[in-house]
Write a protein that binds this ligand. Structure first.
Ligand code: PLP
Length: 399
């Protein structure tokens, strides 16, 4: 296999993707963030502080768990789950929120803002803001506030202001635009804690580095347990942060196949899914050049997924680059398949996965029976499903 390129250039281009496409007023703050992040990442004291909080507060390392009944049921490879659902607050998002809040403190900023879709990133940011005594405002689409009501309550209990966004489709894309507007206005006092490996440089690189602890741990854990590397990694892809967090430590290992699973929703027709690799074209959205779901005139298409966290029109630029290099593959599963993935993990393993993570499980339900028994798979269980219980109850009552 040719050598895989995986580092962006100084201005955040992952090959032809990524970059910085923002209003002039945000150029200086993004450059400052890039500088501060790079310095912090090289600073042993920062890394110690981050590592201690990941251990004592987030609860890392998270277990790598052999799902024996799921493995037996599918009759294929040995399936391990990387248990990000056991992180404090219930998803991988806190790995990144912690890192960025530590950076905000380093920059002397007393206020943080965030966007959120499923609410997990909002909860993670509100949590870190409470721990470090910062003011916190979270922007959330009105539709997402309804389907993730539990997380709205959690954020408010943590002391954050949750601002409903009523523009457009009233979901994640509009929430990001609103957060960017706030940041432009308040940039001197405020850090924008972006929740995924997306947006203008340095966010895709920075979020990847904060999430790459997932793959570093998983690599050491599987080597200890199986004395060899896995054959395949699978993770769901919204913006792409839990997937790149798991993949990054393995990108240089040609024997480890990488699979990202997008939201196929109701089928690959405009407005009914969020599978950017299946239905997207190259474009610019919210700061980066990447694959975007858009119509022939470049209007951003509506998206749909049963899981709010995957319901977004664009994907992190690094994933498109990995796809182009033949290093990773991106596929999709439908809403119905994702719910079947949820049910399977609940009944076979006693774990309620987030509907996002259920997409990765659903892909295994479909593909694992065709794989070799001696193969080893690691699936990223990006979060827990408590937040989805109410919505799933309604979903099932409509069938
Ligand atoms: C936000 C979220 C996702 C999707 O975001 P990525 O950046 O693609 O990881 C996946 N799973 C859970 C549990 C989430 O909260």
């Amino acid at each position: 296999m040719p050598r895989i390129l995986r580092e962006p250039d100084r201005t955040g281009h992952f090959g032809p993707y990524g970059g910085v496409f923002v209003p002039e007023t945000l150029m200086a703050p993004l450059e400052e963030l890039d500088r501060v992040f790079r310095a912090a990442w090289r600073d042993a004291a920062f890394r110690r502080e981050l590592g201690a909080a990941l251990r004592d507060y987030v609860g890392r390392p998270t277990p790598l768990y052999l799902a024996e009944r799921l493995t037996r049921e599918l009759g294929g490879p040995r399936i391990y789950l990387k248990r990000e659902d056991l992180c404090h607050t219930g998803a991988h998002k806190i790995n990144n929120a912690l890192g960025q809040v530590l950076l905000a403190r380093r920059m002397g900023k007393k206020r943080v803002i965030a966007e959120t879709g499923a609410g997990q990133h909002g909860v993670a940011t509100a949590t870190m803001a409470a721990k470090f005594g910062l003011e916190c405002v979270v922007y959330m689409g009105r539709v997402d506030m309804e389907r993730q009501a539990l997380n709205v309550t959690r954020m408010r209990m943590l002391g954050a202001a949750v601002v409903p966004v009523t523009a457009g489709q009233e979901t994640l894309k509009e929430a990001i635009s609103e957060a960017m507007r706030d940041w432009v206005t308040n940039v001197r006092t405020t850090h924008y804690v972006l929740g995924t490996a997306f947006g203008a440089h340095p966010y895709p690189l920075m979020v990847r580095e904060f999430q790459s602890v997932i793959g570093r741990e998983a690599r050491a854990q599987i080597l200890r347990r199986e004395k060899r590397l896995p054959d395949l990694l699978v993770a769901c892809v919204g913006g792409g942060s839990n997937a790149i967090g798991l993949f990054h430590a393995f990108v240089g290992d040609p024997g480890v196949r990488l699979v990202g699973v997008e939201a196929g929703g109701l089928g690959i027709r405009p407005g009914r899914h969020a599978a950017r690799f299946a239905g997207g074209r190259l474009g610019v959205l919210q700061g980066a050049r990447t694959l975007v779901l858009q119509d022939a005139d470049g209007q951003i298409q509506d998206t749909h997924s049963v899981s709010a966290g995957l319901d977004y029109a664009a994907v992190g630029p690094e994933h498109v680059w990995l796809r182009d290099q033949g290093r990773a593959r991106y596929e999709y599963v439908s809403d119905t398949e994702a719910v079947a993935g949820f049910d399977a993990l609940a009944r076979l393993e006693g774990i309620l996965p987030a509907l996002e993570s259920s997409h990765a499980i659903a892909w295994l339900l479909r593909e694992a029976p065709r794989m070799k028994k001696r193969d080893i798979v690691i699936a990223n269980l990006s979060g827990r499903g408590d937040k989805d219980v109410q919505q799933l109850t309604e979903w099932k009552s409509r069938r």
